[in-house]
Each structure stands twice: as structure tokens, then as C-alpha cells.
Design a protein around this ligand. Structure first.
Ligand SMILES: [Ca+2]
Length: 365
């Protein structure tokens, strides 16, 4: 497997594969990076959807080898990114999926989406510690801090504007000790994009990928769902059934019920020990190596909510400008029906909530 060390641990020249050197030469000569591929060898063909987690992992490795890109790399903020290869999948849920939402945030029609470009996606949600480094460096004030607070739940699951809550004071209605490895919350979509702009200027990329050739952004909603599913056509990336192990995702569960006995929502049957946020990476990864795509916090996307097309679409980017930005994956407070791969919701660009965060996508040209 081609696997580079992080950029700050510069690899021995003798270990640099020739194709990667050629990529670097291309960058230096043209300022443009493109996966070099193997001369005369076509890119690996994406597996036919749906496919298993093992197939996803193998395809990811094959594509990385072909493109001379690392499957994973870690930047100077200790943010790890994984390569998400291109492919075609069915986005949305079938009409008979249990818990399907046909209302304001319709998941149908299930339709074919092709993503033609590889990209990198954060292996984890952006953490409190990473966001704190951004704020320390830039003196940035989040939307919640500027406007008097975000939204948070009380012990009966009612959420509303709670003055004084912000990314440093999430306002959970129970004991909570903030850790650097918790996902940051109370960050709006605008705050997330500000973090991405700052991150673009940081030394972070492996050899051959520089800030002139990659762009830090949020994933589009289609990129998010393709990456989350990692081949799964089922309700969850691990299959059709709700988790009973407490090892797959941080949802509303017995630990939340124990902390808030009057919590009215249906919770998962397991006890994962985290009534609110869990440190990122506490649960198993999906086939592409991503943690917490489902659960822990909802994640902002770069695109706005839009009613799905009935037709096949390629690299969808546009959304409905009258709607909010897509948020996906569900969070610590949610019921099983609201944390499926196809679950959709949307929020305005300056909205902040104690179960809403983000992960970063790196766009390749
Ligand atoms: Ca939990």
C-alpha cells in the first residue's frame, strides 16, 4: 500500500515513489495537481452499488495506489483525512425504509448520483481543540458569540435559543466535561467555512498536495452521503438494523435516558456511556475509515437542501437558495429514525446548536 508519512515527517527521498515525484514536478511546473495515475492503466472501476465495507476499503486502496495519493494523511493540527474515491450510488431512501421522512426534508425519490472526482474527507468531525487553535490564531468570534447564544436542549428534549450558549459553553442540561477531542458544536455553517478558509492557509498536505492545488471546504450533500454509506444501500452504514452494541455511533440511548429520565424521544437500546458528545473516534469506522458520520453531531454541508431529482445526476452542487444548508448524520440527541444514512435536514447559514458541527472536505482539482 502506498502510504505517505504526514508532511511534517518528510519521507526519505529513496522511498518516494516515482509517480509521486512526477506529480510534484507537475505541481511545480504548472501549479496544478492532478492524480498522475499509472501510464497506460485506466483508473480502477468503482464497484457496483451497493457493496460491502471490505469492498469499499479495497477500492479505496486500489484507487489511491493508481492515483499515487495516500489513503490517509495527517496535517499539522493532527487532523486526519481519508481519500474518498469517485463512484456511483443511489442517494436517498426507498419509499418503504422504516423511519423514512417524506415531509419537509424529503429523502426521495431515491436516485442515481455519480461523483466523478476523488476528494479527501475528515476522518473525524472537527474537534473543540482544533477549533480553539483557529480562534486563538485569528481571534474569530462565532455567530453564537456575536448574537448572544445558540440553541440547546433542556432535560425534556425541548430545544430553543439559550442565551449565553456557545462553542465554549454548549449548554447541555446535565454534567459534561469539555475535552479537546469532543466535536466542536455551536458553530454555524458560516463559522465552519471561516475555519476552512483558515485551514487552507495552514501547512497540512502531503508531498504533492499544496494549498494551491487543494481547497478546504465542507462536503456537498452528495459527497457526504456517498462517503457515509461507503457502499451500504441500507438504513445505516453497518446494515439495516439499529445498533445494539453501543460501539457504532453516538445516538440518543440509555445513557441519555438515565441522565434525562423525562426525555420523551425513542432512544437506542444500547448504553454507550455518552449522554451528550463523545470524543471523536470513540466508535467504529465505516468502510472508508470515517468515524461518527452517523451520530455524535449533525454535520453541515456546503450545499443547500433541494428536492431530489428523479433523474440521474452527476456531481450535484447546486441547492435551493430559498432553503437552508443541508445538515446530515444526526447527533447525540436523536432517535434511531433520525440518524440514518438518508436522513436529511437543513439549517440557515448562521444557525448554531449544541448537536451541530462539521467535518472538512479537501477538494482536488
Ligand atoms: Ca450516546
Amino acid at each position: 500500500m502506498l502510504r505517505l508519512r504526514p508532511f511534517h515527517s518528510f519521507p526519505d527521498v529513496a522511498t518516494i515513489p516515482l509517480r509521486l515525484v512526477l506529480s510534484l514536478v507537475l505541481v511545480l511546473a504548472t501549479g496544478v495537481f492532478a492524480p498522475a495515475g499509472q501510464p497506460g492503466k485506466p483508473a480502477p472501476i468503482a464497484p457496483k452499488f451497493p457493496f460491502s465495507a471490505a469492498t469499499a476499503k479495497q477500492y479505496q486502496k486500489d484507487y489511491a495506489d493508481w492515483a499515487a495519493l495516500p489513503v490517509e494523511f495527517t496535517n499539522s493540527l493532527k487532523m486526519t483525512f481519508v481519500l474518498i474515491p469517485p463512484g456511483t450510488f443511489l442517494m436517498g431512501s426507498p419509499a418503504d425504509e422504516p423511519g423514512r421522512n417524506p415531509g419537509e426534508y424529503d429523502e426521495g425519490p431515491r436516485h442515481e448520483v455519480s461523483l466523478t472526482k476523488p476528494f479527501y474527507l475528515g476522518k473525524h468531525e472537527v474537534t473543540f481543540g482544533q477549533f480553539e487553535r483557529f480562534v486563538t490564531a485569528t481571534k474569530y468570534l462565532t455567530d453564537g458569540e456575536r448574537t448572544g447564544g445558540g440553541h440547546a436542549h433542556d432535560a425534556k428534549a425541548e430545544w430553543k435559543h439559550r442565551p449565553g450558549t456557545n462553542w465554549r459553553k454548549p449548554g447541555f442540561a446535565g454534567p459534561f466535561q469539555q475535552q479537546d477531542r469532543h466535536p466542536v458544536v455551536h458553530v454555524s455553517q458560516a463559522d465552519s467555512l471561516a475555519f476552512c478558509r483558515w485551514l487552507s492557509e495552514q501547512p497540512q498536505a502531503p508531498l504533492g498536495l499544496t494549498k494551491t492545488t487543494i481547497r478546504c471546504d465542507l462536503p456537498t450533500e452528495a459527497q457526504w452521503e456517498w462517503a457515509c454509506r461507503a457502499g451500504s444501500g441500507a438504513r445505516y452504514w453497518w446494515g439495516a438494523d439499529e445498533d445494539t452494541s453501543g460501539k457504532l455511533a453516538n445516538f440518543g440511548d440509555r445513557s441519555l435516558q438515565r441522565t434525562h429520565p423525562e426525555w420523551p424521544r425513542l432512544n437506542m437500546p444500547m448504553d454507550d456511556g455518552h449522554p451528550f458528545l463523545a470524543p471523536v473516534g470513540s466508535y467504529q469506522a465505516n468502510g472508508f475509515g470515517l468515524h461518527d458520520t452517523l451520530g455524535n453531531v449533525w454535520e453541515f454541508c456546503s450545499t443547500r437542501y433541494e428536492i431530489y431529482s428523479k433523474e440521474s445526476v452527476t456531481d450535484p452542487e447546486e441547492g435551493n437558495t430559498q432553503r437552508g444548508f443541508a445538515v446530515r448524520g444526526g447527533g447525540w440527541s436523536n432517535s434511531p429514525r433520525d440518524v440514518r444514512c438518508a436522513t436529511r435536514n437543513a439549517d440557515p447559514p448562521h444557525f448554531c446548536h449544541s448537536n451541530l458541527g462539521f467535518r472538512v472536505a479537501l477538494r482536488l482539482p
